[in-house]
Design a protein around this ligand. Structure first.
Ligand code: ATP
Length: 252
């Protein structure tokens, strides 16, 4: 495995940390508790898959760790920095400078072209995009001919690829990906997973990816399993067979 460190990376291990996170929605009989005292560390420069049954709290965890949603109790850290309770302005800066997101709702700006959407995080931060990297990533994702299109002119899968490119071009310390291959054909999905793997191996970034796909998760260095808002499994160098067995165990 080749690992090139950038030298300027501000984060030290763990890159992301959750401490006793609690989150619930609604009241009384309608209440759901997607996070129930969840604690977990994600080491820097590693690719971790997050698996678990539907409703086990995976997306909620990602939103809380990325500072997009506040927990009811507990703490979330990006590097050494606690993000829980930070004012929105500081959270925005941390997200812009350190985090890339590939979420199920792609959050593309409707009035902007694919190219403008991809370059948006860098523009907000005043950083100049690396054009070579931009061309490589959009080329590998099959977006070169679509860069002038706005989101409504793109298919769901193309919009998802724009969101993937946007999360990668600014080379953030941490990439949170929630089902990043959900809408893609097998070949494009494999390309996305390859880019995420390369972000870790070649650029020392940290990737945390929610997936239901044991094949996709087997490309990760580690897989954690959630059940009922708590940690139910933790596998190093997971293979698809062990993952399928572990998933069966937690869905029982
Ligand atoms: N904003 C919200 N308001 C109310 N309930 C919510 C909200 N977000 C999530 N939930 C509920 O919290 C629970 C956990 O949801 P979450 O999306 O974290 O699960 P998940 O493991 O990602 O599921 P899936 O694999 O189906 O995407 C679910 O019961 C869901 O309906």
């Amino acid at each position: 495995m080749t690992t090139t460190t950038t030298g300027s990376r501000a984060l030290t291990a763990p890159a992301v940390r959750a401490v006793a996170l609690e989150k619930s929605y609604g009241d009384g009989d309608a209440a759901v508790r997607p996070l129930r005292g969840l604690s977990i560390d994600f080491d820097a420069g590693r690719f971790t898959a997050v698996m678990g049954p539907s409703g086990s709290g995976k997306s909620t965890l990602m939103h809380v760790l990325a500072g997009l949603d506040a927990p009811d109790a507990g703490q979330a850290f990006i590097g050494r920095r606690e993000i829980t309770g930070l004012p929105e302005k500081q959270l925005t800066r941390i997200r812009r400078d350190h985090i890339g997101f590939i979420f199920q709702a792609y959050n593309l700006v409707p009035s902007m072209t694919a190219e403008e959407n991809i370059l948006l995080p860098g523009r907000l931060g005043g950083a100049r995009a690396d054009r070579g990297l931009f061309r490589e990533i959009t080329g590998r994702l099959g977006l070169s001919a679509r860069l002038g299109h706005r989101p409504f002119e793109l298919s769901g899968g193309q919009q998802q690829r724009v969101a993937v490119a946007r999360a990668l071009v600014s080379r953030p310390d941490v990439i949170f990906a929630d089902e990043p291959t959900g809408n893609l054909d097998q070949a494009t999905g494999a390309e996305v997973l390859g880019l995420l793997r390369a972000a870790v191996d070649e650029y020392d970034q940290t990737v945390i990816m929610v997936t239901h796909d044991v094949q996709a998760a087997s490309l990760a260095d580690r897989a954690v399993l959630l059940a009922d808002g708590a940690l139910a499994g933790d596998l190093q160098a997971p293979d698809a067979g062990r993952l399928a067995a572990a998933m069966l165990e937690v869905t029982r």
